[in-house]
Design a protein around this ligand. Structure first.
Ligand code: DC
Length: 227
């Protein structure tokens, strides 16, 4: 049987990670967090030179070619590894979110991430989460979901996540960061954030996590017919 591929794309803090991980666990699939890979590379660039390093496109392109990012551990909850070194919550800060979105607009960086993602995904059933999973990486995926939610709700969710890690941020700042990142992700020339033509769009505003998971599982049940 062909591997089952489910893609979950959408803007920042729309509920993708929680939902994708739970669906992967339920179906026994691999969970691919493509955003974590852009975050890992964003962190690397930040450590090596900060945002100004992005002006040196040739250097960033060479760095991308030399970077290895992968996952290790449980299939539904894998740990991120950057150049052989495991990473944790340091990729989840607002600064790294911003760097991730900036590096993600650079074609050479995307080319490297796409190669790494294809290698991870090879012949596996998986739930892949990100911005271009249904449009670029897996255009033939059996199930494509595009999660959206109001920016107010997304900012509240992200603020709560940050607070749970001890990072208290004013709501207005979290909202501004999300809006700036969404704009950049939507307006970039390469692999912009856009729903695939055949994606099921789910508005998670006002939904509980369980309802989000159910909505994706319903999309799976509708699209994947036995036999
Ligand atoms: O999903 P996330 O918030 O962890 O992603 C961080 C950034 O990485 C996001 O602002 C844009 C970029 N990204 C991307 O361009 N393509 C992907 N498939 C996943 C993430």
């Amino acid at each position: 049987m062909n591997p089952l591929v489910i893609t979950i794309d959408g803007p920042a803090a729309a509920g993708k990670s929680t939902t994708a991980r739970a669906v992967a666990q339920y179906l026994g699939c691999l969970y691919l967090d493509s955003g974590a890979m852009y975050r890992a590379f964003g962190l690397k660039v930040d450590r090596l030179g900060g945002p100004s390093l992005l002006d040196d496109r040739a250097r960033v392109a060479a760095l991308a070619r030399d970077t290895t990012i992968g996952f290790t551990g449980p299939r539904d909850h894998p740990a991120l590894v950057l150049d052989g070194v495991p990473l944790g919550d340091e990729i989840r800060t607002p600064r790294v979110s911003d760097m991730a979105s900036r590096v993600a607009a650079i074609p050479e960086v995307r080319a490297r991430m796409v190669d790494l993602q294809r290698a991870i995904a090879a012949q596996e059933s998986l739930v892949a989460e990100g911005r271009d999973m249904g449009t670029v990486l897996f255009p033939a995926a059996a199930v494509k979901v595009f999660l959206v939610a109001s920016v107010e709700e997304r900012a509240r969710r992200r603020q709560k996540e940050l607070a749970a890690r001890g990072d208290t941020q004013p709501l207005a700042e979290v909202r501004a960061e999300i809006e700036a990142r969404d704009r950049r992700d939507r307006e970039r020339n390469i692999a912009p954030l856009v729903p695939a033509a055949d994606a099921t769009v789910v508005d998670t505003s006002g939904m509980t996590v369980d309802e989000q998971i159910q909505a994706v599982l319903e999309a799976v049940a509708t699209r994947v017919r036995p036999g």
